[in-house]
Structure formats: C-alpha cells, structure tokens
Design a binder for this molecule. Structure first.
Ligand code: GLN
Length: 314
C-alpha cells in the first residue's frame, strides 16, 4: 500500500516537472531526469520504510515467541480467560462484535470496548487465545483463578483487592464522579449526606465511597445500567460512577442527565489494573511486558483514542 502511493506520487511529480519544461528541450530533458531521480528516491524510501515495518513486525513476533509461558500456571494452555462486567462503557459494553458503534444496538451480544481491545492485543502479543467471561462485577474477584485467568473491567487497584489478587501495572487513571438528573440541586458532599438514595454498582469503589458518605442511603444493584435507569425514573437521587463511564451514560441521555466531577466531592484518584491470581508471577511479568510494549509503540494511545476519546453513545 505505502509503496504504491510513493510510486504514484513520484509519477505525478515527474509529470508535473515534465509539463513545466516545454520551452527548451535541454531543460526538459534535465527536468525529466531530475524527475526520474525523485521517482527512484521515493521508491527507495518506500522500500526502506517497508523494510523498517517488516523489521518491527519481526521484532514483535520474536518478542511474542520469546515470552515463554510454559511456566505460567494459568496461561500455559494457550488460552487467557478474561472476566469482565459488560455494563461499563466505554471500557466494556455489549456490541455485535464489530467495531462499528452504530451496529451495536442491532445485535448486542458480544462484549466490546477498550478493555476488550486491550486484552485482545495482549493475547496476540503473548500468543494466547482470549476468551471473555461476562459476569456480575461483585463476583469477579472470586472468579479470578477459578472461572477466569484474569479480569479486565476498569478495576481499580486497591489494598483490599490486593489481598486476594495481583494487579498489572496501572493502565488508566480514573476518579469517581456523581451522575445526577439535570434539575438536581446536589452539588457537594454535604448534599449527598442528605440524599435519600445513592445508586451504585455492587462491589465497586463507588459503593465504598457512597457508604462512607451516607451508608443508609446507599442502594447497591447488580449493574450500572440498573443504577442509571433508577436515576432516570426518580428512584435514585444520584449515582456514583467512574468519570469515563459517567460520561458515556451522559452521552446516552444528554437532555436528562448531568455529571459532576469527583474533585467537587473530594474523591481520591484511582488507577485501573488487570487483576490476576497471586500464584502466577510468569503471567504478571508477561502481561506487564505486553502493556509496556503497547505503550512504547503507540498501540495503547491508539486504543484510548478509538475506544475512549471517540466513544459514541448507543
Ligand atoms: N473502577 C470501579 C471499581 O473498580 C468500577 C469498575 C466497574 O464497575 N467495572 O470498583
């Protein structure tokens, strides 16, 4: 593809140069030979570029081949089972398996989003097949090492969870935010203390925060979709949810909802990591290695751009 473009470009430069040289035949001959040189150089550059790309691809394949997973308790079978909860856009939500956002409502059965793309890329780099297990968020920690090898579900790294699982290096900075109906007067932590119903997804850091502020009013449900539906129908006064996911819900209902940043409520910052069993250091090293390589070669940034920055409401 690149080569064809370069040759076409060189050809059009040659034609343009030849066209200006119509007055003197010597000039014209000189220009046409100059044009040929440009064409040859361009073709040379394109071959070099192709060479570099081939080398990079070869290096990546080699790196994958060098990741020896034979000592990994969970990945040596060549399959990485990934637990997630698909009510967490833009990190995971149900789609039709394509990257076409508009197609998602037509057959929403397959998990898609940033985390899915991230683990698929890690799987490719490590040479393992990725299988997704969609489940309730509050069951995910217990599923790691039994029903699933890892979890990639916008999971915040914290000390409580670290007692049960290992986390990869952090891959995304986050903070909790407060989702409200547009007409709500809630604006401070004090207001949340007076609220009668704060919706959260069970087992999340948002639930911990809500319980810390107003335990009696905290209503924890199985999915964010449910908590947000209860906000829209007036059952909840507020929902505490991760900022990016709050933005995704907001973009689905911009006329009815508003989102206030966690800084307004003095919420701490958080970081997401891939969770995995404690008894597999080989897997930890392999996943961190793949994450690091994706950050270094721009793949990570392109996934952020595609799935988070350009998320389109369904
Ligand atoms: N980041 C939050 C947590 O780890 C929410 C994650 C989620 O609901 N998928 O608890």
């Amino acid at each position: 593809m690149k080569k064809v473009l370069a040759v076409l470009l060189a050809g059009s430069m040659a034609a343009a140069l030849a066209a200006c040289g119509s007055t003197k035949s010597t000039d014209s001959a000189a220009q046409s030979s100059a044009a040929n040189t440009i064409a040859t150089e361009a073709a040379g550059a394109s071959t070099e570029a192709d060479g570099a790309a081939t080398e990079a691809a070869a290096a990546a394949t080699e790196a994958a081949a060098q990741t020896d997973l034979s000592g990994s308790k969970y990945l040596s079978d060549g399959v990485m089972t990934v637990a997630l909860n698909s009510t967490f856009p833009p990190f995971e939500y149900l789609g039709d398996g394509s990257d076409d956002f508009s197609a998602i409502t037509s057959n929403p059965t397959q998990a898609t989003g940033f985390d899915v793309a991230l683990v698929n890329e890690i799987g490719t780099r490590l040479g393992v097949k990725v299988e997704i297990e969609d489940m309730d968020f509050d069951g995910i920690i217990a599923a790691i090492g039994t029903k699933a090898d890892v979890a990639a579900t916008g999971m915040t790294i914290n000390d409580e969870r670290k007692k049960s699982v290992n986390f990869s290096d952090p891959y995304y900075d986050a903070t909790q935010a407060v989702l409200l109906t547009k007409d709500s007067s809630i604006a401070t932590e004090d207001d949340l203390k007076k609220a009668s119903s704060i919706g959260v997804q069970q087992g999340t850091t948002g639930e911990n925060i809500a319980r810390g502020i107003n335990d009696a009013a905290t209503v924890s449900v199985k999915s964010f979709n449910q908590a947000v539906a209860d906000l829209m129908n007036g059952k909840n006064d507020a929902v505490i949810v991760d900022q990016s996911t709050g933005e995704a819900f907001l973009s689905q209902n911009p006329d009815k909802l508003k989102l206030l940043p966690g800084s307004q409520f003095k919420f701490d910052t958080e970081q997401y990591g891939i969770a995995m069993p404690k008894d597999d250091e080989v897997m930890l090293g392999a996943i961190n290695g793949a994450l690091e390589a994706m950050k270094a070669d721009g793949t990570y940034d392109s996934l952020v751009e595609k799935y988070i920055n350009n998320y389109e409401a369904q």
